[in-house]
Structure formats: structure tokens, C-alpha cells
Design a protein around this ligand. Sequence first.
Ligand code: AMP
Length: 283
Amino acid sequence: MNVINNIRQLRSWSSINRGTRCVFVPTMGALHEGHAALIRAARELAGQSGNVVVSIFVNPLQFGPNEDFSKYPRTLVEDLAICRDNGADAIFAPKAEELYLPDRSIQLFETSLSKTLCGASRPGHFDGVCTVVAKLFNLVQCDEAVFGKKDYQQLAIIRRMVRDLDYNIIIHGIDTIREPDGLAMSSRNRYLNADERAQAPVLRAALVKAREAYIKGGERDGKMLRQMILDQIAAEAPLGRVDYIEVVDAATLQTPTEATQLVAIAVAVFFGSARLIDNIELK
Ligand code: AMP
């Protein structure tokens, strides 16, 4: 496994590997079993003859001024072992100075899908995500890329970016990997104290119950579904502070319409300083 820290090395690795199918997994590190599943999926897609590239980069551009950029966990040694064990061929782990020059003056803006859900409470976040992913796509020169459905809005925005900017890259969405009690795995789960950790699985439980109400109970009223989830969080997780609960069209992330093919519910709830997100598709 090649560990690459700068653009010059990456470009020379890419030129040596030109013509070899490349599947890319962008991450911010602090890797867990969710990331491992993405790397294994990438390995499958690349086949034995292809290459799997994982990037590890805590992207300053996607953090707001009062967010957790400086305390975001950085565990490079453990991350490299997880990458190796799950079949990565190359790791790109640049320093921030390598990707962002002090006088840089060009970046991407997303003007529609990022205005709801997480984007509404994290202004500029998805502009930062698009900018870094576009740069990484340009650098890694991959044929396919793998993202988690856990970050549902991010996946929709990356698909839109690939469409709107004509990247010739196939985007794959991978199901969320969970702890045995249902909590979606996240690098931020380590911020939870014992009481918060005990209450956090309510997100999954409430989403599953809402899905049952939608599928088995025929409940189509988004407001009712939302209220059910809110009530369950209030009853079972008094430490949780709801940021949003939204019933949306999975493709547009807007309120479902007659044309909606797939409905999803997305939630974000603070437990202490940790902002946890989860979602469920109603199918
Ligand atoms: P992050 O390091 O948090 O930026 O995430 C890197 C990639 O891993 C993103 O595509 C995430 O959606 C994905 N990911 C994070 N947590 C999980 C999980 N529990 N299951 C599946 N994918 C995940």
C-alpha cells in the first residue's frame, strides 16, 4: 500500500497507473467499520486488477467557525491499518497547505440541494465539501467513487456535482453501517458521554418506527411522521436537542410531490456537542 502525502507524488502514482481502473473513497479519517465497508465495496468494484485509493483529509473548508475542526479526531496510524486490512492500494493524506494555497480565490458553490437539512444549519458546509471533492476527483483521476448513504444530503449533492460539472465518474452509495443497538457509526460518536451514548440509538428506533407507520400503517402525512419521531425522541432521549426532522423527496431533498418516486426521512440531533445524523428510505 502506497502512502502519498503530496500532489507531486500522487500525480506520478496516477501516471504510472494510467489505464488501470481506479475506485476512490474520500474520507476525513478517524476510520471505523463504516469506512471499512466503503473500502471493501471499492475493492469489489475495482476487482483484483484495479486500484482502490482512499483519501484521508480533514477539510477545513467544510467546517463552520464554531464547529469541531480543531478537535476532530486524527488517528492516522490506526487509519492506515484499516485501509491496508480492507484492501486499499494507495492512501492520499495531504496537509491542508498542500490543497489550499494562501491566496486561493476560486471555489464551488451549490445553490439548491444544500439549502435544506444539514445545509440549512451549516451554511457553506456543502460548498466546502464540493470544493474538496472536486479537487480530489481532479487529483486522483478515479473512474468510480464510493460514498456512504449515512451522509444522505452529501451523496445527493455529489451526484448533482458530477452531473452538473460533467465528471466522468460513477458514484456509488453504500448502506449505513451501525452499532449493534442501531446507532449509525460515526467518527463523532466518540464525543458522546455514557448517558448520551445510551440515548443516541433513539434516532434509528424512531426512524424505523416511522417507516413502519408509512409502509404498514399507510401514514402519508409528513407532519404526522415528523411528530411521531419528535415525540419518541422527547420521551426516550431527553438529552437530545433536535436540529431537524424532515420528510423529503430522496432525489430533490425537497417536500415530496406527486412526482416523488422515493421518500426519505432525515434527522439531525445534538447530544452535547455531538451533532448526530441519520436517515431512512421509505420503501
Ligand atoms: P467522513 O470521514 O465522515 O467524511 O466519511 C467518509 C465517507 O464515509 C462518507 O462517504 C460517509 O458517508 C461514509 N460513512 C461515514 N459513516 C458511515 C457509516 N456508518 N456507514 C457507511 N458509510 C459511512
